[in-house]
Design a protein around this ligand. Structure first.
Ligand SMILES: [Zn+2]
Length: 103
């Protein structure tokens, strides 16, 4: 039986949640669009590139990423989790004025 892309993506999300990764931004000047080192629990380190807020513009150098055709792997997801707060403020620059000032 063939698994769907969604199944495959969910599998990787699941693995990303279950394993712990140590993620290091290799260039602190670029908090989001940068290169990251992702060290997995097995001790292997992968290079992850975040080039866009969507996964499809990002890359990892692991075998899974290169062969699965999903533009996703378990290393990219945790990188995105880590970056989420930064991405949120980045993608929403025109926040409503702070209402606490209008007391
Ligand atoms: Zn990977």
């Amino acid at each position: 039986m063939r698994t769907t892309d969604t199944d495959e993506i969910n599998k990787r999300r699941q693995r990303a949640r279950e394993e712990s990764f140590v993620i290091t931004n290799t260039d602190a000047r670029h908090p989001i669009f940068s290169n990251f080192r992702v060290k997995s629990a097995s001790g292997l380190t992968y290079s992850v590139e975040i080039r866009d807020l969507r996964d499809r513009q990002s890359a990892c150098d692991c075998v899974d990423f290169r062969t699965n055709g999903l533009a996703l792997c378990k290393h990219l997801k945790p990188s995105c989790f880590i970056l989420k707060p930064a991405i949120k403020s980045f993608s929403n620059p025109r926040r409503r004025p702070d209402r606490t000032a209008l007391r």
